[in-house]
Design a protein. Structure first.
Length: 386
């Protein structure tokens, strides 16, 4: 049994999440407050004991660990020669935007979506084109007619897919992924699938890695995966880009190399191998803990805050909370709650689409912290309404 109630004080430790005022409670950024799996810590300590930290590169043990993990957890084994090491999912996205599209092109997203996608697009001189997800009051769907229209635009050369989708917690079904892939093929649009949240799912079937689709549908596909969200090791800077098509893989690889994104730090490889080889049981117990926290939030909101609504989700430890009955300005609401109670959530407006009506809450923390956050949320919304 692993301990998901114990945590450590990360104030004054260079933590982005915990760089806050004394009375504040951060439940915003996708960073868990659980201690890392001890198997990962052991691998890092063993590496540190070598006391030499020279240049490194990944070998077969790294790529086989990635392949083994996907075969065991997600029932499809990607070929190791499809894989390239990279120092993070976001660096891989920005590099691919530069390599696979041109300045002035459209890069298609599905808002509301992870806000850093916009940075990777706009900062590189491309245009964001969103085929907004359609909200029916309970969940989100793809408007496939709108998606095709926007893929068909001659300026659209790349689509960034989020699977499972952050912030709404949606797992795209195999049929939906096939439909997306067929449309992208038809209109000669490359797909970059960010699958960083793929391990943290709460359905019987889990998620479908896009590289597991039929061979003819994955020739314009690039998939970015990482242990960083699953095991809370973001600062180790390790990710893998999986590209089945050799020509496309060579293009992506040139970007990684020219931008110096392929060189691991001393702990990236042993920590990733340890996570993927020994992290299965830890992940199972983590998901049980997260599910318990998700249920706690759902019950609390129903009982104590009926004016806000938790959107049912299938993945991630990030909850999407509908606050349209309270405010149509999520940034104003988030700032008020933080100032009033110290609770620090993510305002939905940064994700685009209909995000102005939502707040995002991270529940990857001990039970007491979730309860504290919920009590602060209740107080903040009550004071906001008054």
């Amino acid at each position: 049994m692993y301990d998901f109630e114990k945590t450590i004080d990360r104030r004054k430790t260079d933590s982005v999440k915990w760089d806050i005022k004394p009375n504040e409670l951060p439940m915003w950024v996708a960073d868990m407050d659980f201690q890392v799996a001890p198997e990962i810590v052991s691998a890092i300590k063993n590496k540190a004991d070598q006391a030499v930290f020279g240049y490194e590169e990944p070998h077969d043990d790294y790529f086989n660990a990635v392949a083994d993990w996907y075969e065991t957890e997600h029932h499809f084994r990607p070929k190791t020669d499809w894989m390239m090491f990279v120092t993070g999912v976001v660096p891989s996205i920005s590099s691919i935007v530069r390599r696979v599209s041109n300045v002035g092109d459209n890069v298609l997203v599905q808002a509301p979506v992870y806000n850093i996608f916009y940075n990777s697009i706009v900062n590189n001189g491309r245009h964001v084109l969103s085929s907004d997800l359609v909200f029916d009051g309970d969940g989100y769907q793809i408007d496939f007619a709108d998606l095709e229209k926007k893929l068909a635009d001659p300026l659209t050369t790349l689509m960034i897919l989020c699977n499972p989708h952050n912030p709404v917690g949606k797992i795209w079904s195999r049929d939906e992924l096939i439909k997306i892939a067929k449309l992208a093929n038809k209109h000669h649009v490359a797909i970059l699938s960010d699958e960083i949240h793929g391990d943290i799912t709460f359905t019987a079937d889990g998620y479908t890695p896009m590289f597991s689709l039929p061979e003819d549908l994955i020739q314009n596909l690039m998939v970015s995966v990482s242990p960083s969200k699953t095991f809370n090791v973001a600062a180790l800077h390790a990710a893998t880009i999986i590209v089945p098509n050799e020509n496309l893989r060579n293009i992506v690889n040139r970007g990684i190399n020219s931008e110096e994104l392929g060189e691991p730090n001393s702990f990236a490889i042993p920590a990733t191998v340890a996570a993927y080889e020994h992290g299965h049981k830890w992940l199972d117990e983590l998901k049980e803990k997260l599910q318990s926290n998700r249920e706690l939030v759902a019950d609390y909101l129903k009982e104590n805050l009926p004016e806000v609504k938790l959107i049912p989700s299938e993945a991630t430890y990030l909850l999407w909370i509908d606050t349209k009955n309270v405010s149509d300005d999520s940034q104003k609401l988030e700032e008020f709650i933080r100032e009033d109670t110290g609770l620090f959530l993510s305002s939905g407006n940064v994700y685009g689409g209909d995000g102005n009506y939502f707040l995002r809450m991270n529940v990857a923390c001990p039970t007491d912290m979730v309860r504290d956050g919920l009590n602060r949320l209740r107080q903040g919304i009550k004071d906001f309404q008054e």
